[in-house]
Every structure is written in C-alpha cells, then in structure tokens.
Design a protein around this ligand. Structure first.
Ligand SMILES: [Zn+2]
Length: 80
C-alpha cells in the first residue's frame, strides 16, 4: 500500500483501501501529511488515529476502488 515519495515529510499518500494498522503506523513514522483513501466500505482502518495525530484524511469513496476490492475479495477469499 505504500506508494509515492516514501520518506518525504509532508507528502501525500494515496491508497486504494483504508489503511491497516501497519500502514497507519508507517504513515505516522514517515511524516505523511495527507492520506487520500479510495474507499473504506470493505475495511475501515486507522483513519481516526491518523486524524488524531494531525494527518489530513480524505476519503474519496471511489466506485472503481470499491469495485477493485470487491473483485479481489471474490477472487482471492483466502488472501482476504
Ligand atoms: Zn496495510
């Protein structure tokens, strides 16, 4: 899920799905200022914690991201 300019303080992170605990921690560790999340219906991650720590959180609620996750969950239930 880590994309973009890793380690850049003040960077924006773009994710397909709401970030899990590990990704939430990585965002905080690397000083990510803003996280743009494709969708959070299939999984709701550490958004509240990010906000609490001063990170701007934007949930796009994008149908393509939701569709991508729905397809992945249907095809690879053992990985989900
Ligand atoms: Zn993660």
């Amino acid at each position: 899920m880590l994309t973009g300019r890793a380690g850049g303080t003040g960077s924006t992170m773009y994710t397909t799905l709401s970030p899990c605990d590990m990704c939430t921690g990585a965002c905080l560790l690397y000083g990510i200022a803003r996280v743009v999340i494709g969708e959070n219906k299939n999984f709701l991650g550490g958004e509240a914690y990010l906000k609490q720590r001063g990170v701007e959180v934007v949930v796009v609620d994008d149908a393509k991201c939701k569709g991508l996750m729905d397809k992945f969950i249907a095809e690879k239930p053992e990985l989900w």
